[in-house]
Design a protein around this ligand. Structure first.
Ligand SMILES: Cc1cc2nc3c(=O)[nH]c(=O)nc-3n(C[C@H](O)[C@H](O)[C@H](O)COP(=O)(O)OP(=O)(O)OC[C@H]3O[C@@H](n4cnc5c(N)ncnc54)[C@H](O)[C@@H]3O)c2cc1C
Length: 447
């Protein structure tokens, strides 16, 4: 039983002051991470979130390497006590319905940090937000940032809007030495500065919702994230079992394929279910518990990630694709790396782009491994089973990628062989060849 469902925020609500060392816009995983760490270092930090928690949000399967950010944030014990479903691996099902042996994280690395969680975002984000407040951030819900104030290229504060005591809308300017855009896909600052670049190769849309009573496979008391292709590989499903017998199910495909001339999101969703026997069987007898939501064109990059007095983190920095469940981990990790640079900048008084953005080159380089894997997934030539059979020494590195262990040098080695392999596959096995070897059915659990 999930132990957080009736949790309510009990934050000490100080009135918002006229100026702060750091203002963080957006109380998702990235914003709450930055705010917690900057406040913990002793700097006056304001964290503002426009919504009231708990609020619904996509992105429920974590990568295990989130563990180390949670450790720094003091979140581990709270997560262990949360009752959230434990994620122990990832499984792939190909377009012919062949199911891979799951990639079990502990088989790759038998430590507690190799497991993670499937998180209900309303409760998880609320926990993170409250955690930031416990670390000393002044955390306010129901406060919207209307604009980031600039003096030339330098950010100087924000224009806030919130309800006054009698429900009247109040607007005011608040100054900051550093402004952090953690507004997720809203990307308030990168939109204002025209920094956002949509990835034309990944113009995707998703339709998702929650079901109760659907099938769930368990292993060692935990569950897997399952990635399942539909029969013609025009779309794929995520299947993320959560606590309380709930499963998050979403379908992802090209934007035009999913949304142009095909009826309501509900009709499209169930048409795609009918094209994926492995999902249809799992959903048999289940009950849909909330409305289906559409997300679209969510993959983009930003040209710059920091400037004088400002930084972008999490989805405001960029988002790759949902297939490997990397979004929340990268939100947490970018939040942590940016926070360390912000603290250094505030200590030294050097609030330039160079100091605030010192984390960016490493972060961009390492997250690029996942970007490459995403393009491999959509190329149609990434037959994991065949690849692992040919290159068994890469099994561990492949699992490392699924764990999110990209911030070390080991994983990069896999691409020395994967890149030419993908090139070869393009010619050897056309994506829709019914005689093609099942994508990964022959993959034994990773040793
Ligand atoms: C279809 C899809 C499936 C996904 N699946 C996964 C998955 O399985 N696993 C995974 O790890 N990731 C997944 N993701 C990615 C994940 O949702 C994001 O990467 C993650 O939520 C980013 O966190 P964030 O803190 O940067 O932004 P968010 O979590 O979006 O938080 C931003 C916050 O800022 C607030 N905000 C926005 N504008 C303002 C404003 N003007 N003033 C004040 N507050 C504001 C918003 O209300 C929001 O609470 C998925 C994404 C998509 C699109």
């Amino acid at each position: 039983m999930l132990r957080l469902l009736h949790w309510t925020l009990e934050l000490p609500m100080k009135p918002i002051a006229d100026s702060y060392d750091c203002i963080v816009i957006g109380g998702g995983p990235a914003g709450s991470t930055v705010a917690a760490l900057v406040a913990q270092a002793g700097f006056r930090t304001l964290l503002v979130e426009r919504e009231q928690f708990p609020r619904r949000h996509v992105g429920e399967s974590l990568m295990p390497d989130s563990y180390f950010v949670f450790q720094r944030l003091g979140m581990l014990e709270k997560l262990k006590a949360s009752g959230f479903a434990r994620k122990v691996g990832v499984q792939f099902v190909n377009h012919m319905g062949r199911e891979s042996a799951p990639f079990l994280f502990r088989w790759n690395d038998p430590h507690e940090w190799s497991d993670t969680w499937h998180i209900p975002r309303p409760e998880f984000d609320q926990m993170m937000f409250e955690n930031a407040a416990q670390h000393g951030a002044e955390a306010h819900q129901g406060v919207r940032v209307l604009d980031v104030l600039m003096d030339g290229d330098r950010a100087t504060g924000v224009k806030l809007q919130y309800e006054g005591q009698n429900g009247e809308p109040l607007t005011r300017d608040v100054a900051a030495r550093v402004v952090v855009d953690a507004t997720g896909q809203s990307a308030i600052l990168s939109n204002k500065l025209g920094l956002r670049r949509v990835n034309p190769a990944l113009k995707k849309a998703a339709i998702w919702g929650h079901f109760r009573g659907a099938k769930r496979e368990t292993s060692d008391g935990g569950v897997y994230t399952i990635v399942l292709h539909t029969n013609q590989r025009k779309s794929w499903f995520w299947y993320i079992p959560q606590a309380d017998d709930v499963v998050s199910v979403g379908v992802v495909g090209d934007n035009d394929y999913m949304l142009k001339g095909r009826g309501t999101p509900r009709e499209v969703f169930f048409e795609e279910v009918a094209k994926c026997a492995a999902v249809a069987q799992r959903l048999e007898g289940s009950e849909q518990v909330d409305e289906l939501i559409v997300a679209k064109e969510f993959s983009y990059l930003t040209d710059r990630s920091a400037g004088d007095g400002w930084v972008l983190v999490g989805d405001a920095w960029g988002f790759i694709d949902p297939v490997y469940s990397s979004g929340v981990f990268f939100a947490l990790k970018s939040g942590q790396m940016a926070a360390d640079c912000i603290v250094e900048a505030l200590r030294t008084g050097d609030l330039t782009a160079a100091t605030l953005g010192r984390w960016v080159p490493e972060f961009s380089e390492k997250t690029n491994w996942i970007r490459k894997l995403v393009h491999a997934f959509y190329s149609g030539g990434f037959r994991v089973g065949k690849f692992v059979k040919e290159f068994p020494h890469h099994r561990g590195e492949l699992t490392d990628l699924l764990i999110g262990r990209v911030f070390n040098d080991r994983v990069g080695k896999v691409f020395a062989d994967l890149d030419p392999f993908l090139e070869r596959m393009k010619h050897e096995l056309p994506p829709d060849d019914p005689n093609a070897e099942p994508e990964d059915a022959s993959v034994p659990a990773i040793a």
